[in-house]
Design a protein around this ligand. Structure first.
Ligand code: GLC
Length: 661
């Protein structure tokens, strides 16, 4: 059952697709102070699941979080905001309920940070719509919620292959080299990503003709080899006379405005830019149609970036900071001046106060960005997603974004932003999977190997052993970091084996993903969701169920040659060195120390279950679906979903068959 409560006059987010009646009663569970602060007392045993893309554990208790989409390439334990705002959570203990605080602006959560037994949710202005969902289990609550927010985005099957990316591929030659190095070693590959350097001076919907003299041929040649090129699209549009996207945007009032009604100026990669006003339907349509420029050249996938939006600086702040810095530079800076100086410089980028300086036009109403901040990336996704429906109605287009809000899960996937080559970020990657699935984001994964900082071979191997299961499996790294294409490492054949295992598992991963999409379910979920009454299961923070069949428990500590795993029921442990070299062993319910060498992928098949596994191939288009066997418990069957992998129309019942009978 879902109850809807409206306080004040909230901005319509379009997160929810169903038209529910507004409840006449009072909001249950929470004490409401002025519609801005909602307080919930927590029992010692309550677990708080959810909040989508956030730091810390599966259980969100013990920290404060802020839903304020942020470009934060430095996220750590004390971070409070990441790239997405996903205001849905479940409280599970004596009481069990879900809550969705549908709010376009910035919202703060204190979940036992100030007082261990108190949770507060604080909005900036008290105009909010709250949904309370009751159900018999966490899964039931999620399913009701997901049905209410609409079906998740369906990615093409090729997007389940392995992808190679790096910020720093600058030319056709760089791209062809990546493709041939993978091919030479026989490592499967389905996509290569084009970061900002494919563009002419970082201008959206342009191609740097010098570095990519025959872009269409490059796209076609790679596609012949089964490899898709996936270009990046950034939110900011470069201010440059003669650049048609800029000129059309200015002429038609498609950009966000400043206080005086002039096009607001910020700066990102291209230098000074205007930000498309994605909250305006005309802008969405116009910008979305621009993707045809690349689709016409054979492109079938995109990643949307910098859409929190990231702002390196805006003009007036830069000016005032420069002025003050000049004054300070003439002084002998003491402690106060020095901290003022560093604070000023650090505060230039992504400053929340700048969100008051520009405006959107929502159905003719001038709305300050701050009030709708968390909807910006969402509407960039919507702009693209709706355009794909027009440009390519029958064929799926890959799209994932950095910034998001609940609702944008209908238009695309998300990647987990600029992580680091840190062991703790492997764990974070795992912990984000269920909370993102709760919020509807099923096509997701992190930058495998880490974006910032230098990756080591062992970190890459362990990370691959997690990414092998995530829908998006992409190796991506930042300019200036150690190169981490798999062929850079000494024991490249170990990496190759894991990628081949991934291809062997695609029938299962794709099937579970599609079932989760079509049934409004989670693909990855905490162990406790199936074992509510098992105290040990409720404490598990580093294992997940995938579908109904698999439990994953990756290693995320350096030099560890094993780890403790909790089995809430008997399971079959699978230890794989390659698709043809593996063994299984039945382990009883309980705590186990499980050894796993660097080249061993260990996972678990649940009691009485089996999973399909196929052979590997150069890429997904060459996978042979007729060659699938089951591994796991004898006599177990599996419901396999499969389809052509590219049609937008997909029907659950028509595409499911039971195998193993
Ligand atoms: C942002 C993106 C990152 C990309 C970089 C350059 O930091 O998050 O993935 O490589 O911009 O475009």
């Amino acid at each position: 059952m879902i109850e809807k409560f409206i306080f004040g006059d909230p901005v319509e987010t379009y997160a929810v697709c169903e038209n529910l009646p507004v409840s006449e009663g009072t909001l249950p569970y929470f004490k409401n102070e002025n519609n801005t602060k909602f307080t919930l007392m927590l029992d010692e045993e309550d677990i708080v699941y959810g909040l989508g893309e956030q730091v810390r554990g599966i259980n969100k208790r013990g920290w404060k979080y802020r839903a304020c989409n942020s470009d934060n390439p430095n996220h750590q334990e004390d971070t409070t905001s990441l790239y997405g705002a996903h205001n849905f959570f479940i409280v599970s203990g004596r009481r069990l309920f879900g809550a969705f605080f549908d709010y376009a602006g910035i919202i703060d959560y204190d979940i036992g940070f100030t007082h261990r037994d108190t949770m507060t949710v604080t909005t900036e202005d008290g105009n909010i719509c709250v949904y309370i969902i009751s159900g018999e289990s966490e899964k039931d609550i999620v399913k009701q919620f997901r049905k209410m927010i609409g079906q998740s985005y369906v990615a093409p099957k090729w997007a389940f292959g392995f992808g190679q990316s790096r910020w720093g591929y600058k030319s056709e030659e760089d791209i062809r080299t990546v493709a041939s190095e993978y091919k030479k070693r026989g490592i499967p590959l389905d996509s290569i990503y084009l970061d900002i350097d494919y563009m002419e001076r970082f201008k959206d919907f342009t191609i740097n003709g010098e570095a990519f003299p025959d872009f269409e041929k490059l796209v076609a040649d790679l596609k012949n080899d089964g490899i898709h090129l996936v270009p990046i699209i950034d939110a900011g549009v470069k201010i440059e006379d003669g650049y048609s996207v800029y000129e059309e945007g200015v002429k038609n009032n498609f950009f966000c405005k400043d206080e005086n009604g002039k096009d607001f100026v910020g700066a990102v990669w291209p230098g000074k830019v205007h930000f498309p006003d994605f909250l305006k339907s005309e802008t969405r349509e116009w910008f979305g149609d621009k993707y045809a420029f690349l689709i016409d050249k054979g492109i079938e996938g995109f990643w949307n970036d910098m859409n929190e939006p990231a702002i390196f600086y805006c003009e007036d702040r830069l000016e005032s900071v420069m002025k003050r810095v000049n004054e300070l530079s003439e002084q002998n800076m003491g402690i106060d001046e020095f901290f003022e100086f560093t604070g000023l410089v650090e505060g230039i980028s992504n400053n929340i106060d700048d969100y008051d300086k520009f405006y959107h036009d929502i159905d003719g109403k001038k709305v300050p960005h701050r009030k709708v901040h968390n909807l910006y990336g969402y509407n960039m996704m919507r702009s693209a997603g709706e355009a794909f429906g027009r440009i390519s109605p029958d064929k799926r287009i890959l799209m994932f974004s950095r910034s998001s809000y609940i609702g944008s899960h209908r238009y695309g996937g998300i990647w987990q932003g600029d992580n680091k080559s840190w062991w703790s970020h492997i764990l974070m990657n795992l912990q984000l999977m269920p909370s993102l699935n709760m919020a509807g984001f099923l096509y997701t994964g992190a930058d495998t190997g880490g974006f910032n900082a230098d990756a080591t071979e062992d970190l890459m191997l362990r990370w691959l052993q997690l990414s092998v299961f995530t829908p998006l499996m992409r190796n991506h790294s930042a300019l200036g970091t150690r190169e981490q294409e798999l062929y850079r490492f000494d024991n490249c054949s170990d990496c190759k084996n894991i990628i081949e295992i991934r291809y062997g598992l695609i029938p299962y991963i794709y099937s579970e993903y599609m079932k989760a999409v079509l049934k409004d379910e989670m693909m990855f979920y905490p162990i406790s969701f199936d074992f509510r009454d098992d105290e040990d299961a409720r404490n598990v923070e580093d294992q997940l169920f995938l579908g109904n069949e698999i439990m994953i428990a990756p290693i995320y500590k350096q030099n560890a040659r094993g780890r403790y795993v909790y089995l809430p029921e008997e399971m079959k442990m699978v230890r794989m060195r390659s698709l043809s070299d593996y063994e299984t062993e039945t382990l009883q319910k309980g705590h186990h120390y499980v050894r796993a060498e660097l080249n061993e992928l260990v996972f678990f098949i649940r009691k009485g279950k089996a999973i399909p596994i196929g052979d590997s191939a150069e890429n997904t288009s060459k996978l042979d679906a007729s060659w699938i066997k089951l591994i796991g418990y004898d006599n177990a069957t599996y419901e396999l979903y499969d389809d052509d992998g590219y049609s937008t129309a997909c029907n659950l019942n028509e595409n499911i068959r039971v195998i193993g009978k």
